[in-house]
Design a protein around this ligand. Structure first.
Ligand code: AMP
Ligand code: MG
Length: 404
């Protein structure tokens, strides 16, 4: 059986990066820029004050201190958004607010806290300013024509702010993946329906769609299709042709009515791998249909979620232009209990992690199983049991990650 690292590597080698699309700035956060951006304008666009205080001529304030204040005549008040319009002359100060344009002649701003005003028309400067102090110079941050953002940049709110400050309201970013989601199984009922004998509710539909929505990915939910080759074939073909990625839950194991793989292959799927040495999630299927990634996820809901997080999410990130940040198990804790793990498979173990005096303590939940949703909801972390290790022993170290 394929090792999970190899499975992930071949997924990342095979998934395409989606094309760019011009996008409104309001929809760009968290996405990848697909073009270089040059500044249209200087930032700041004019010299202005970085403080609420007084615009002064430094020469006039030389030697000013608490004990030897310098008295200046307050000529006027400049608010942010106004025009400077005045020239400062020796013996004068101008009361200035943060962001207001610096008046001509001024070469420093003394912050309000370093002044005192006994009468409105006079200010006492209590601290000699440095030349240029508290002045934000025209173009000191960005010059028109500068390369301000490069292709491949992840757009955070900082980048949004820079683009907004430049009046750039539309940029090309990598398109978001559209994912089609199909649940298979004769036994499935939508969760809104009353339970009838032999049936269970389709929890995967809601769960997978919820995870995708948290990752900002739009999902087309194609509903439940029974284990019927004719109906399934139709549903599979329709779903994949309408999306960039197809996720099929169920029907991917070795049962007599598990048609997912054979039908997808009959439709032209090139299977890249089927079955990975993991638990839960062994029957995971990955292939390409006309270049589009297709994942056959195990029907068992805990296994489906683990496969989604471990294998599908990195693929979606790569498609959307990211360097995929697959779940990393970089935290370490000490096991509080023994656990007999499957030696031949990498096991994702649901656990309760708490912080003790000597670091993290990891309690593996027992029993655990790929269909046990109640069990999964008790866990706050997932620990990694490597291939080759059988019994996990109490008080040894184990890697884990938080379940978010
Ligand atoms: P399968 O992968 O189709 O063999 O299904 C494995 C197990 O997962 C069976 O017990 C199914 O009833 C269950 N299962 C399949 N699909 C779903 C689903 N969408 N929601 C919840 N359980 C499912
Ligand atoms: Mg099934």
């Amino acid at each position: 059986m394929l090792a999970p690292e190899k499975a992930l590597r071949s997924i990342l080698e095979n998934v395409p990066i989606l094309p760019p699309e011009p996008t409104a700035l309001s929809d760009c956060a968290g996405r990848i820029l697909a073009e270089d951006i040059r500044a249209r304008e200087d930032l700041p666009p004019f010299d202005n004050s970085a403080m609420d205080g007084f615009a002064v001529i430094t020469e006039e304030c030389r030697g000013a201190s608490q004990r030897t204040p310098v008295r200046l005549k307050v000529k006027k008040t400049l608010r942010a958004g106004s025009l400077a319009e005045t020239e400062l002359r020796p013996g004068e100060a101008i009361r200035i607010m943060t962001g207001a344009p610096l008046p001509g002649g001024a070469d420093a701003v003394v912050m309000k806290e370093a002044t005192s005003c006994e009468e409105p028309a006079t200010v006492r400067i209590l601290q000699a300013p440095e030349l240029g102090e508290h002045i934000r110079r025209h173009g000191e941050d960005v010059g028109a024509g500068d390369l301000i953002l490069t292709k491949g940049t992840r757009i955070r709110p900082y980048e949004i702010a820079l683009l907004a400050a430049q009046g750039i309201l539309r940029v090309r970013v990598v398109r978001r993946a559209r994912v089609a989601l199909l649940a298979t199984g004769d036994e499935l009922l939508e969760p809104s329906r009353p339970l009838t004998p032999g049936k269970i509710r389709n929890s995967n539909g809601f769960a997978l769609a919820a995870a995708l929505s948290r990752w900002n990915i739009s999902c087309v939910y194609a509903g439940i299709v029974p284990d019927d080759p004719v109906l399934m074939r139709k549903a599979l073909e329709k779903s994949i042709s309408e999306a960039d990625v197809l996720l099929v839950s169920g029907g991917v194991s070795a049962g007599d009515f598990d048609y997912t793989k054979t039908l997808l292959e009959a439709l032209g799927l090139r299977t890249v791998f089927w079955k990975v040495a993991i638990k839960p999630g062994k029957p995971l299927l990955f292939g390409l249909w006309r270049g589009k990634p297709v994942f056959g996820l195990p029907g068992n809901p805990v296994a489906a979620m683990v496969c989604l997080e471990e294998f599908v999410r990195p693929a979606l990130e790569k498609m959307q232009g990211f360097s995929p940040a697959y779940p990393s198990y970089h935290l370490r804790g000490r096991l509080e209990n023994d656990y007999p793990k499957d030696k031949l498979r990498q096991q994702y173990l649901f656990c309760e992690v708490s912080e003790g005096p000597k670091g993290f303590q990891v309690r593996l939940i027992r029993p655990q199983g790929s269909a046990m949703l109640g069990m999964a909801c008790k866990a706050n972390a997932l620990a990694l049991g490597p291939i080759g290790v059988g019994l996990l022993r109490r008080s040894t170290e184990i890697s884990f990650r938080w379940l978010k």
